[in-house]
Design a protein around this ligand. Sequence first.
Ligand code: GLA
Length: 396
Amino acid sequence: MRLRLSAVPMLFGGMLFAMSATSGLSLDNGLARTPPMGWNSWNKFACKGLNEKVVRETADMMASNGMKDAGYQFVNLDDCWQIGRDAAGNILADPERFPSGIKALADYIHGKGLKLGLYTDVGTMTCAKRPGSIGHEYQDAKQYASWGVDYLKVDWCNTLPGQNSESSYTLMRNALADSGRPIVFSICEWGSTKPWLWAGPVGNLWRSTPDIQDCWDCKRTWGGGGVVQILDLMNGLESYAGPGHWNDPDMLEVGNGGMTKEEYRTHFSMWAIFAAPLLAGNDVVNMTADTKEILLNKDVIAIDQDPLGQQGRRVKKTGDLEIWSKQLQDGGRAVALLNRGSSPAKISVAWTDIGYPDTLSANVQDLWTKKESSAVKSGYSAEVPSHGVVMVRVKP
Ligand code: GLA
């Protein structure tokens, strides 16, 4: 990873960063110019179900079922791929789960035109009590690079008393920069030390919220929450995101069984409004046609991947009815009419709600039904199902 200059160069403590007009200080390693897309093992397979067979079959499927063509690129192993360290301190993959080793797996995945991601932790152990990277940052980064790793998620479990998040992740950033390989750097401290305030120059993305739960509206005592909880936590973080540095509301639960089709559609639509990483978290080998239809909606993916890289914001809230809007590079807007209530409701967006004059005449495309309306004046209204969204692209 190389720290490159663009826009206004600044020198801090020997490290170079770039100042962008919209987003302040940001890591400029040239990676994740749009939010990363791919798959991660954790939400479906957790610790127990992770092994080489699952990963290879997932990569095979992603390369052939349209996911790769739709932009899903990373195949990410989460916790439990690792088992210990050798006498020289080198990190070891679990030989029972990964008999061919990580290098062979990376070669296989690269051969499919996809990329490989790994997981570690800046503490002494990962959350599932596998070896953490503290004291081994440079050694691990070199090892990952020599295996051909393209993405690294770094967790925040089992840290030392008083351990500082910014300096721990900065150390790992420097180790990755030194490894000689471009590696997307994903910070995962669950929003606990407000990473949006310090992680711009450190990571390509940072978890801004606690662990997602496969539910519409639920809150765990330890902090995890459903889609509704995450929506509220993401609101207000818009100014911290942009190309190369993203807020991360966690991986997708689409297809894991805890929500209705309507709710999964809303989950996916809102992650696109957030310019969130789209990391499928389901069993893609055995997914239903409904799940596939959601994950492969190219019009919604295009909103997520819009090159302007703006995170959308809530522009109006009337009880359970909300309007969210994301500015797009072509001057248009993606708008989500969101109904959090328990019965269907009509929601209306006025052009003035989304920064246009009332006199504007625009084309409106519904990104789920594909219905198009032309020369729409003043605003747009739609009947929105309970826990649903109507998501449209407005083109002046
Ligand atoms: C933490 C992270 C999750 C997952 C698990 C693995 O909870 O937030 O995304 O990586 O650890 O143990």
